[in-house]
Design a protein around this ligand. Structure first.
Ligand SMILES: C[S@@+](CC[C@H](N)C(=O)[O-])C[C@H]1O[C@@H](n2cnc3c(N)ncnc32)[C@H](O)[C@@H]1O
Length: 467
Protein backbone atom coordinates (compact mmCIF):
# COMPACT_ATOMS: atom_id res chain seq x y z
CA UNK A 1 0.00 0.00 0.00
CA UNK A 2 1.45 3.38 -1.05
CA UNK A 3 1.88 6.11 1.53
CA UNK A 4 2.36 9.86 1.66
CA UNK A 5 5.78 10.91 0.36
CA UNK A 6 6.29 7.81 -1.80
CA UNK A 7 6.83 7.91 -5.56
CA UNK A 8 4.88 5.67 -7.96
CA UNK A 9 4.28 5.26 -11.68
CA UNK A 10 0.63 5.68 -12.68
CA UNK A 11 -1.53 5.63 -15.76
CA UNK A 12 -4.24 8.30 -15.68
CA UNK A 13 -7.62 6.82 -16.60
CA UNK A 14 -10.15 9.58 -16.10
CA UNK A 15 -10.67 13.22 -15.19
CA UNK A 16 -12.38 14.80 -12.14
CA UNK A 17 -13.50 18.37 -11.36
CA UNK A 18 -10.68 20.73 -10.49
CA UNK A 19 -8.29 19.66 -13.26
CA UNK A 20 -7.53 16.37 -11.49
CA UNK A 21 -6.57 13.17 -13.27
CA UNK A 22 -7.93 9.94 -11.80
CA UNK A 23 -5.80 6.79 -11.42
CA UNK A 24 -6.10 3.58 -9.41
CA UNK A 25 -3.52 1.65 -7.43
CA UNK A 26 -4.04 -1.23 -4.99
CA UNK A 27 -7.79 -0.65 -5.17
CA UNK A 28 -7.39 2.98 -4.12
CA UNK A 29 -8.37 6.09 -6.09
CA UNK A 30 -5.52 8.54 -6.64
CA UNK A 31 -6.28 12.10 -7.76
CA UNK A 32 -3.34 13.47 -9.71
CA UNK A 33 -2.99 17.26 -9.92
CA UNK A 34 -2.99 18.36 -13.58
CA UNK A 35 -3.04 14.76 -14.84
CA UNK A 36 -4.98 13.95 -18.01
CA UNK A 37 -6.29 10.57 -19.17
CA UNK A 38 -3.82 8.56 -21.25
CA UNK A 39 -0.69 9.96 -19.58
CA UNK A 40 1.82 7.72 -17.83
CA UNK A 41 3.28 9.73 -14.99
CA UNK A 42 5.78 9.42 -12.21
CA UNK A 43 4.12 10.99 -9.16
CA UNK A 44 4.68 11.66 -5.48
CA UNK A 45 1.82 11.03 -3.06
CA UNK A 46 1.17 14.32 -1.25
CA UNK A 47 -1.98 13.55 0.72
CA UNK A 48 -3.43 10.42 2.24
CA UNK A 49 -7.11 10.16 3.18
CA UNK A 50 -9.08 7.08 4.21
CA UNK A 51 -10.61 6.45 0.81
CA UNK A 52 -8.32 8.28 -1.63
CA UNK A 53 -4.84 9.69 -2.17
CA UNK A 54 -3.67 12.88 -3.88
CA UNK A 55 -0.49 12.99 -5.96
CA UNK A 56 1.67 15.52 -7.76
CA UNK A 57 3.38 14.78 -11.10
CA UNK A 58 7.19 14.58 -10.94
CA UNK A 59 7.64 13.56 -14.55
CA UNK A 60 5.44 12.70 -17.53
CA UNK A 61 6.83 9.37 -18.79
CA UNK A 62 4.39 9.15 -21.70
CA UNK A 63 2.15 11.97 -22.94
CA UNK A 64 -1.51 11.42 -23.84
CA UNK A 65 -2.12 10.83 -27.57
CA UNK A 66 -4.15 14.03 -28.02
CA UNK A 67 -1.67 16.44 -26.45
CA UNK A 68 -0.82 19.54 -28.53
CA UNK A 69 1.95 22.11 -28.10
CA UNK A 70 0.78 24.86 -25.72
CA UNK A 71 0.73 28.32 -27.24
CA UNK A 72 1.79 30.25 -24.15
CA UNK A 73 5.31 30.43 -22.75
CA UNK A 74 3.87 30.71 -19.22
CA UNK A 75 2.02 27.40 -19.56
CA UNK A 76 2.73 25.01 -16.68
CA UNK A 77 3.71 27.79 -14.27
CA UNK A 78 0.77 30.20 -14.37
CA UNK A 79 -2.41 28.97 -12.69
CA UNK A 80 -4.62 30.00 -15.63
CA UNK A 81 -4.76 27.55 -18.55
CA UNK A 82 -4.28 24.05 -17.17
CA UNK A 83 -5.45 22.33 -20.37
CA UNK A 84 -3.76 24.40 -23.07
CA UNK A 85 -1.85 21.24 -24.09
CA UNK A 86 -5.11 19.33 -24.65
CA UNK A 87 -6.75 19.28 -28.07
CA UNK A 88 -9.91 21.44 -27.81
CA UNK A 89 -12.35 18.67 -28.85
CA UNK A 90 -10.89 16.55 -26.06
CA UNK A 91 -11.25 19.39 -23.52
CA UNK A 92 -14.97 19.45 -24.35
CA UNK A 93 -15.20 15.68 -23.83
CA UNK A 94 -13.50 16.01 -20.44
CA UNK A 95 -15.87 18.77 -19.39
CA UNK A 96 -18.95 16.78 -20.38
CA UNK A 97 -17.63 13.79 -18.50
CA UNK A 98 -16.99 15.84 -15.34
CA UNK A 99 -20.58 17.14 -15.36
CA UNK A 100 -21.99 13.65 -15.88
CA UNK A 101 -19.76 12.17 -13.19
CA UNK A 102 -20.74 14.87 -10.65
CA UNK A 103 -24.45 14.36 -11.29
CA UNK A 104 -24.10 10.62 -10.92
CA UNK A 105 -21.72 10.50 -7.94
CA UNK A 106 -22.79 13.55 -5.92
CA UNK A 107 -26.34 14.02 -7.18
CA UNK A 108 -27.28 10.34 -7.29
CA UNK A 109 -28.81 10.71 -10.79
CA UNK A 110 -28.64 7.50 -12.82
CA UNK A 111 -29.81 8.65 -16.20
CA UNK A 112 -28.34 12.14 -16.55
CA UNK A 113 -28.67 12.59 -20.32
CA UNK A 114 -25.85 15.17 -20.26
CA UNK A 115 -25.53 16.64 -23.75
CA UNK A 116 -22.28 17.41 -25.58
CA UNK A 117 -20.55 20.53 -24.32
CA UNK A 118 -21.30 23.58 -26.47
CA UNK A 119 -17.94 24.79 -27.83
CA UNK A 120 -16.83 28.41 -27.41
CA UNK A 121 -16.77 30.38 -30.73
CA UNK A 122 -13.25 31.57 -29.83
CA UNK A 123 -10.72 29.51 -27.93
CA UNK A 124 -8.12 32.28 -27.58
CA UNK A 125 -8.57 36.04 -26.88
CA UNK A 126 -12.10 35.31 -25.66
CA UNK A 127 -12.05 37.01 -22.25
CA UNK A 128 -13.60 40.46 -21.84
CA UNK A 129 -12.00 40.87 -18.41
CA UNK A 130 -8.65 39.92 -16.92
CA UNK A 131 -7.45 40.59 -13.41
CA UNK A 132 -3.71 40.77 -12.73
CA UNK A 133 -1.93 41.15 -9.39
CA UNK A 134 1.14 43.12 -8.40
CA UNK A 135 3.63 41.50 -6.07
CA UNK A 136 7.01 42.16 -4.50
CA UNK A 137 7.85 38.48 -4.95
CA UNK A 138 8.24 37.43 -8.57
CA UNK A 139 8.13 33.74 -9.38
CA UNK A 140 11.44 33.01 -11.07
CA UNK A 141 11.10 30.95 -14.19
CA UNK A 142 14.77 30.25 -14.78
CA UNK A 143 18.25 31.21 -13.67
CA UNK A 144 18.65 33.30 -16.82
CA UNK A 145 15.59 35.37 -15.99
CA UNK A 146 16.98 36.23 -12.58
CA UNK A 147 19.49 38.48 -14.33
CA UNK A 148 17.05 40.21 -16.63
CA UNK A 149 14.25 41.39 -14.36
CA UNK A 150 14.06 42.55 -10.75
CA UNK A 151 13.02 39.82 -8.34
CA UNK A 152 10.97 42.16 -6.21
CA UNK A 153 8.43 43.31 -8.81
CA UNK A 154 5.84 41.35 -10.73
CA UNK A 155 2.56 42.03 -12.48
CA UNK A 156 0.79 38.92 -13.60
CA UNK A 157 -1.07 35.86 -12.42
CA UNK A 158 -0.78 33.61 -9.40
CA UNK A 159 1.36 30.52 -9.25
CA UNK A 160 -0.97 27.67 -8.18
CA UNK A 161 -0.98 27.14 -4.41
CA UNK A 162 1.24 30.22 -3.90
CA UNK A 163 -0.94 33.16 -2.86
CA UNK A 164 2.22 35.27 -2.38
CA UNK A 165 4.06 34.61 -5.65
CA UNK A 166 3.15 36.01 -9.03
CA UNK A 167 4.35 35.00 -12.50
CA UNK A 168 5.24 38.13 -14.42
CA UNK A 169 3.05 37.91 -17.54
CA UNK A 170 3.84 39.84 -20.71
CA UNK A 171 1.27 38.17 -22.97
CA UNK A 172 -1.85 36.26 -22.04
CA UNK A 173 -3.62 34.63 -24.98
CA UNK A 174 -6.99 34.76 -23.23
CA UNK A 175 -7.17 38.54 -23.63
CA UNK A 176 -6.80 40.79 -26.67
CA UNK A 177 -3.43 42.10 -27.98
CA UNK A 178 -4.56 45.62 -26.94
CA UNK A 179 -5.09 44.44 -23.37
CA UNK A 180 -1.64 42.82 -23.41
CA UNK A 181 -0.15 46.13 -24.56
CA UNK A 182 -1.89 47.85 -21.62
CA UNK A 183 -0.57 45.24 -19.21
CA UNK A 184 3.00 45.89 -20.33
CA UNK A 185 2.58 49.66 -20.32
CA UNK A 186 1.21 49.65 -16.76
CA UNK A 187 4.04 47.38 -15.59
CA UNK A 188 6.73 49.66 -17.04
CA UNK A 189 5.09 52.72 -15.50
CA UNK A 190 4.55 51.17 -12.06
CA UNK A 191 8.12 49.81 -11.88
CA UNK A 192 9.59 53.26 -12.28
CA UNK A 193 6.89 55.13 -10.34
CA UNK A 194 8.73 55.24 -7.03
CA UNK A 195 5.83 53.36 -5.45
CA UNK A 196 6.18 49.73 -4.38
CA UNK A 197 4.05 46.74 -5.41
CA UNK A 198 1.85 45.17 -2.75
CA UNK A 199 3.39 42.68 -0.37
CA UNK A 200 1.10 39.97 0.96
CA UNK A 201 3.60 39.28 3.75
CA UNK A 202 3.73 42.65 5.48
CA UNK A 203 0.72 44.30 3.77
CA UNK A 204 2.62 47.30 2.50
CA UNK A 205 3.06 48.69 -1.01
CA UNK A 206 0.87 50.78 -3.30
CA UNK A 207 0.10 48.87 -6.50
CA UNK A 208 -2.32 45.99 -5.86
CA UNK A 209 -4.21 44.88 -9.00
CA UNK A 210 -4.77 45.77 -12.61
CA UNK A 211 -8.16 44.86 -14.07
CA UNK A 212 -8.76 45.34 -17.79
CA UNK A 213 -12.28 45.10 -19.18
CA UNK A 214 -13.23 45.33 -22.81
CA UNK A 215 -16.43 45.27 -24.79
CA UNK A 216 -15.88 42.58 -27.43
CA UNK A 217 -18.66 43.99 -29.58
CA UNK A 218 -18.01 47.70 -28.86
CA UNK A 219 -14.19 47.87 -28.67
CA UNK A 220 -14.49 49.92 -25.48
CA UNK A 221 -11.78 49.32 -22.91
CA UNK A 222 -11.52 50.19 -19.22
CA UNK A 223 -8.36 50.14 -17.13
CA UNK A 224 -8.98 49.73 -13.40
CA UNK A 225 -6.00 50.22 -11.09
CA UNK A 226 -6.52 48.88 -7.59
CA UNK A 227 -4.20 50.57 -5.13
CA UNK A 228 -3.82 50.66 -1.35
CA UNK A 229 -4.16 54.46 -1.17
CA UNK A 230 -5.03 57.54 -3.19
CA UNK A 231 -2.34 59.32 -5.22
CA UNK A 232 -4.21 61.44 -7.72
CA UNK A 233 -1.11 62.97 -9.30
CA UNK A 234 0.49 59.58 -9.98
CA UNK A 235 -2.68 58.10 -11.44
CA UNK A 236 -3.07 61.15 -13.69
CA UNK A 237 0.50 60.61 -14.94
CA UNK A 238 -0.27 56.98 -15.71
CA UNK A 239 -3.46 58.01 -17.46
CA UNK A 240 -1.49 60.47 -19.64
CA UNK A 241 0.95 57.67 -20.59
CA UNK A 242 -1.90 55.36 -21.57
CA UNK A 243 -3.53 58.03 -23.71
CA UNK A 244 -0.22 58.95 -25.35
CA UNK A 245 0.36 55.30 -26.29
CA UNK A 246 -2.59 55.25 -28.68
CA UNK A 247 -3.92 51.97 -27.25
CA UNK A 248 -7.69 52.47 -27.48
CA UNK A 249 -9.19 52.98 -24.01
CA UNK A 250 -12.49 54.58 -23.03
CA UNK A 251 -12.02 54.86 -19.28
CA UNK A 252 -9.45 54.72 -16.50
CA UNK A 253 -10.60 54.26 -12.90
CA UNK A 254 -8.86 53.84 -9.56
CA UNK A 255 -10.28 51.58 -6.86
CA UNK A 256 -8.78 52.02 -3.43
CA UNK A 257 -8.56 48.92 -1.27
CA UNK A 258 -7.06 49.80 2.13
CA UNK A 259 -7.85 46.42 3.67
CA UNK A 260 -5.41 43.52 4.03
CA UNK A 261 -7.71 41.23 2.04
CA UNK A 262 -6.38 40.65 -1.43
CA UNK A 263 -9.44 41.37 -3.56
CA UNK A 264 -9.53 43.60 -6.61
CA UNK A 265 -12.51 45.52 -5.15
CA UNK A 266 -12.07 48.93 -3.58
CA UNK A 267 -14.06 50.65 -0.88
CA UNK A 268 -13.65 53.87 -2.87
CA UNK A 269 -13.59 54.41 -6.65
CA UNK A 270 -12.79 57.54 -8.62
CA UNK A 271 -12.60 58.17 -12.33
CA UNK A 272 -9.11 59.14 -13.47
CA UNK A 273 -10.12 59.71 -17.07
CA UNK A 274 -13.04 59.05 -19.43
CA UNK A 275 -16.01 56.80 -18.82
CA UNK A 276 -16.19 54.71 -15.61
CA UNK A 277 -18.28 52.04 -17.36
CA UNK A 278 -17.92 50.07 -20.59
CA UNK A 279 -20.69 48.98 -22.88
CA UNK A 280 -21.10 45.46 -24.21
CA UNK A 281 -23.73 43.88 -26.45
CA UNK A 282 -25.47 40.56 -25.87
CA UNK A 283 -28.00 39.70 -28.57
CA UNK A 284 -29.93 42.89 -29.31
CA UNK A 285 -29.26 44.38 -25.91
CA UNK A 286 -26.68 46.87 -24.75
CA UNK A 287 -25.20 46.62 -21.25
CA UNK A 288 -23.22 49.07 -19.20
CA UNK A 289 -20.77 47.45 -16.83
CA UNK A 290 -18.93 49.24 -14.04
CA UNK A 291 -15.57 48.18 -12.64
CA UNK A 292 -16.88 46.03 -9.78
CA UNK A 293 -19.90 44.36 -11.36
CA UNK A 294 -20.08 40.73 -12.43
CA UNK A 295 -20.40 40.16 -16.16
CA UNK A 296 -19.90 36.85 -17.98
CA UNK A 297 -16.27 36.93 -19.15
CA UNK A 298 -16.75 35.25 -22.55
CA UNK A 299 -19.15 37.61 -24.35
CA UNK A 300 -19.89 35.55 -27.47
CA UNK A 301 -20.40 32.35 -25.52
CA UNK A 302 -22.57 34.20 -22.96
CA UNK A 303 -25.04 34.77 -25.80
CA UNK A 304 -25.15 31.01 -26.41
CA UNK A 305 -25.52 30.40 -22.68
CA UNK A 306 -28.54 32.68 -22.50
CA UNK A 307 -29.97 31.24 -25.73
CA UNK A 308 -29.79 27.85 -24.02
CA UNK A 309 -31.78 29.27 -21.08
CA UNK A 310 -34.43 30.55 -23.52
CA UNK A 311 -34.49 27.22 -25.39
CA UNK A 312 -34.84 25.16 -22.18
CA UNK A 313 -37.52 27.44 -20.71
CA UNK A 314 -39.61 27.22 -23.90
CA UNK A 315 -41.46 30.41 -22.94
CA UNK A 316 -45.01 31.06 -24.18
CA UNK A 317 -45.01 34.78 -23.43
CA UNK A 318 -47.21 34.59 -20.31
CA UNK A 319 -44.61 33.63 -17.75
CA UNK A 320 -43.61 35.32 -14.52
CA UNK A 321 -39.91 34.58 -14.09
CA UNK A 322 -37.65 34.99 -11.05
CA UNK A 323 -33.98 35.47 -11.95
CA UNK A 324 -32.02 34.80 -8.75
CA UNK A 325 -28.40 36.06 -8.61
CA UNK A 326 -29.13 38.44 -11.46
CA UNK A 327 -25.80 40.36 -11.55
CA UNK A 328 -26.04 43.30 -13.96
CA UNK A 329 -29.41 42.01 -15.15
CA UNK A 330 -28.18 40.25 -18.25
CA UNK A 331 -30.39 37.14 -18.10
CA UNK A 332 -33.46 39.14 -17.00
CA UNK A 333 -33.05 41.59 -19.88
CA UNK A 334 -32.11 38.90 -22.43
CA UNK A 335 -35.32 36.94 -21.72
CA UNK A 336 -37.59 39.98 -21.24
CA UNK A 337 -38.95 39.84 -24.80
CA UNK A 338 -40.12 36.23 -24.35
CA UNK A 339 -42.07 36.56 -21.09
CA UNK A 340 -44.64 38.63 -19.20
CA UNK A 341 -42.62 39.75 -16.18
CA UNK A 342 -39.14 39.19 -14.70
CA UNK A 343 -37.93 39.83 -11.16
CA UNK A 344 -34.15 39.83 -10.63
CA UNK A 345 -32.54 39.50 -7.19
CA UNK A 346 -28.90 40.46 -6.61
CA UNK A 347 -26.82 41.29 -3.52
CA UNK A 348 -24.20 43.70 -4.94
CA UNK A 349 -25.48 47.26 -4.95
CA UNK A 350 -23.33 48.38 -7.91
CA UNK A 351 -24.61 45.44 -9.99
CA UNK A 352 -28.26 46.29 -9.20
CA UNK A 353 -27.58 49.91 -10.13
CA UNK A 354 -26.08 48.70 -13.44
CA UNK A 355 -29.03 46.35 -13.94
CA UNK A 356 -31.55 49.17 -13.45
CA UNK A 357 -29.61 51.44 -15.80
CA UNK A 358 -29.38 48.62 -18.35
CA UNK A 359 -33.13 48.20 -18.18
CA UNK A 360 -33.57 51.92 -18.94
CA UNK A 361 -30.99 51.89 -21.77
CA UNK A 362 -32.85 49.04 -23.44
CA UNK A 363 -36.27 50.62 -22.72
CA UNK A 364 -37.55 47.52 -20.95
CA UNK A 365 -40.73 47.80 -18.96
CA UNK A 366 -41.38 44.26 -17.68
CA UNK A 367 -38.28 43.74 -15.51
CA UNK A 368 -37.69 44.76 -11.86
CA UNK A 369 -34.64 44.25 -9.66
CA UNK A 370 -34.47 43.80 -5.90
CA UNK A 371 -31.26 44.50 -4.02
CA UNK A 372 -30.90 41.72 -1.48
CA UNK A 373 -29.45 38.40 -0.44
CA UNK A 374 -31.31 35.54 -2.11
CA UNK A 375 -31.40 33.67 1.21
CA UNK A 376 -33.20 36.55 2.95
CA UNK A 377 -35.45 37.39 0.01
CA UNK A 378 -36.51 33.75 -0.31
CA UNK A 379 -37.21 33.73 3.42
CA UNK A 380 -39.86 36.42 2.89
CA UNK A 381 -40.89 35.05 -0.47
CA UNK A 382 -44.65 35.17 0.33
CA UNK A 383 -44.41 38.98 0.34
CA UNK A 384 -42.55 38.90 -2.98
CA UNK A 385 -45.14 36.54 -4.49
CA UNK A 386 -47.89 38.85 -3.24
CA UNK A 387 -46.44 41.75 -5.24
CA UNK A 388 -44.97 40.04 -8.32
CA UNK A 389 -46.97 36.83 -8.57
CA UNK A 390 -45.95 33.18 -8.33
CA UNK A 391 -43.03 32.24 -10.62
CA UNK A 392 -43.76 29.99 -13.59
CA UNK A 393 -40.03 29.70 -14.24
CA UNK A 394 -37.31 30.18 -11.68
CA UNK A 395 -33.76 30.79 -12.93
CA UNK A 396 -30.82 30.52 -10.53
CA UNK A 397 -27.25 31.45 -11.43
CA UNK A 398 -25.29 31.38 -8.15
CA UNK A 399 -21.53 31.76 -7.64
CA UNK A 400 -19.31 28.65 -7.39
CA UNK A 401 -20.39 27.81 -3.86
CA UNK A 402 -23.89 27.11 -5.21
CA UNK A 403 -27.11 27.76 -3.29
CA UNK A 404 -27.34 28.27 0.45
CA UNK A 405 -29.06 25.19 1.97
CA UNK A 406 -31.90 27.43 3.19
CA UNK A 407 -32.39 28.82 -0.32
CA UNK A 408 -32.54 25.27 -1.72
CA UNK A 409 -35.42 24.56 0.70
CA UNK A 410 -37.20 27.87 0.07
CA UNK A 411 -37.03 27.34 -3.69
CA UNK A 412 -38.40 23.83 -3.26
CA UNK A 413 -41.37 25.19 -1.26
CA UNK A 414 -42.01 27.80 -3.93
CA UNK A 415 -42.81 24.89 -6.23
CA UNK A 416 -42.24 26.68 -9.51
CA UNK A 417 -43.24 24.45 -12.49
CA UNK A 418 -39.79 24.91 -14.09
CA UNK A 419 -36.38 25.60 -12.62
CA UNK A 420 -33.38 26.47 -14.76
CA UNK A 421 -30.11 26.16 -12.90
CA UNK A 422 -27.14 27.93 -14.53
CA UNK A 423 -24.04 26.72 -12.73
CA UNK A 424 -20.31 27.36 -12.88
CA UNK A 425 -19.50 24.43 -10.60
CA UNK A 426 -20.82 20.95 -11.44
CA UNK A 427 -20.19 19.64 -7.90
CA UNK A 428 -22.40 22.22 -6.15
CA UNK A 429 -24.93 21.92 -8.99
CA UNK A 430 -25.18 18.17 -8.33
CA UNK A 431 -25.43 18.72 -4.55
CA UNK A 432 -28.30 21.22 -4.92
CA UNK A 433 -30.19 19.24 -7.58
CA UNK A 434 -30.07 16.14 -5.37
CA UNK A 435 -32.35 17.91 -2.85
CA UNK A 436 -34.95 18.63 -5.54
CA UNK A 437 -34.83 15.15 -7.06
CA UNK A 438 -37.96 13.85 -5.31
CA UNK A 439 -40.08 16.74 -6.57
CA UNK A 440 -38.52 17.53 -9.96
CA UNK A 441 -37.55 15.63 -13.12
CA UNK A 442 -34.12 16.49 -14.50
CA UNK A 443 -35.07 17.06 -18.15
CA UNK A 444 -32.03 18.56 -19.86
CA UNK A 445 -28.40 19.19 -18.98
CA UNK A 446 -26.08 21.06 -21.34
CA UNK A 447 -22.49 21.99 -20.48
CA UNK A 448 -21.52 25.29 -22.11
CA UNK A 449 -17.81 25.97 -22.43
CA UNK A 450 -17.21 29.55 -21.33
CA UNK A 451 -13.57 29.00 -20.39
CA UNK A 452 -11.46 27.15 -23.02
CA UNK A 453 -8.10 25.78 -21.77
CA UNK A 454 -9.25 25.76 -18.15
CA UNK A 455 -11.08 22.96 -16.36
CA UNK A 456 -13.99 25.31 -15.59
CA UNK A 457 -17.36 24.51 -17.12
CA UNK A 458 -20.73 26.23 -17.09
CA UNK A 459 -23.82 24.01 -17.11
CA UNK A 460 -27.47 24.73 -17.79
CA UNK A 461 -29.95 22.27 -16.26
CA UNK A 462 -33.71 22.20 -16.78
CA UNK A 463 -35.96 20.75 -14.06
CA UNK A 464 -39.70 20.22 -14.36
CA UNK A 465 -41.96 19.76 -11.36
CA UNK A 466 -43.38 16.26 -11.03
CA UNK A 467 -47.17 16.14 -11.47
C1 LIG B 1 -22.45 33.76 -11.46
S1 LIG B 1 -22.96 35.42 -11.21
C2 LIG B 1 -24.37 35.48 -12.27
C3 LIG B 1 -24.81 36.84 -12.70
C4 LIG B 1 -25.77 36.91 -13.88
N1 LIG B 1 -26.84 35.96 -13.80
C5 LIG B 1 -25.02 36.80 -15.20
O1 LIG B 1 -25.26 35.86 -15.96
O2 LIG B 1 -24.20 37.67 -15.48
C6 LIG B 1 -23.57 35.34 -9.62
C7 LIG B 1 -24.12 36.63 -9.06
O3 LIG B 1 -24.66 36.36 -7.77
C8 LIG B 1 -24.44 37.46 -6.92
N2 LIG B 1 -24.58 36.95 -5.56
C9 LIG B 1 -23.67 36.26 -4.82
N3 LIG B 1 -24.20 35.88 -3.65
C10 LIG B 1 -25.47 36.35 -3.61
C11 LIG B 1 -26.53 36.27 -2.68
N4 LIG B 1 -26.36 35.65 -1.54
N5 LIG B 1 -27.71 36.84 -2.98
C12 LIG B 1 -27.87 37.49 -4.19
N6 LIG B 1 -26.91 37.59 -5.12
C13 LIG B 1 -25.72 37.03 -4.85
C14 LIG B 1 -23.07 37.94 -7.34
O4 LIG B 1 -22.86 39.27 -6.96
C15 LIG B 1 -23.12 37.75 -8.85
O5 LIG B 1 -23.60 38.92 -9.48
Amino acid sequence: MVRKGEGVLLEIEDVAYGGLGVAHLDGLVIFVENGIPGQKVQVRIIQQKTDYLTARILQVEQPAPYEVPPRCSHFGICGGCKWQHVDYAKQLEFKRSVVEDSLRRIGGFQDTGVQDALPSPEVFFYRNKMEFSFSDRRWLLSEREQDEKPKDFALGLHVPRRYDKIVDIDACYLQSPESNALLNLVRTFAMTSGRKPWSTTDHTGFWRHLVIREGKSTNQRMVNLVTSGKDEALLKQLSAKILESGIPVTGIVNNINRSKGSTAFGEEEWTVWGNPVIQEKLGNYLFEISANSFFQTNTHQAERLYETVVEFADFTGDEIVYDLYSGTGTISIFISGFVKQVLGIEVIEAAVKDARRNKEINRIKNVEFILGDVKNEMNRVEEVVEVVGHPDVLIVDPPRAGLHPKSVQHILKLSSPKIIYVSCNPTTLARDLAVWKESYHLRQVRPVDMFPHTYHIETVALLERKK
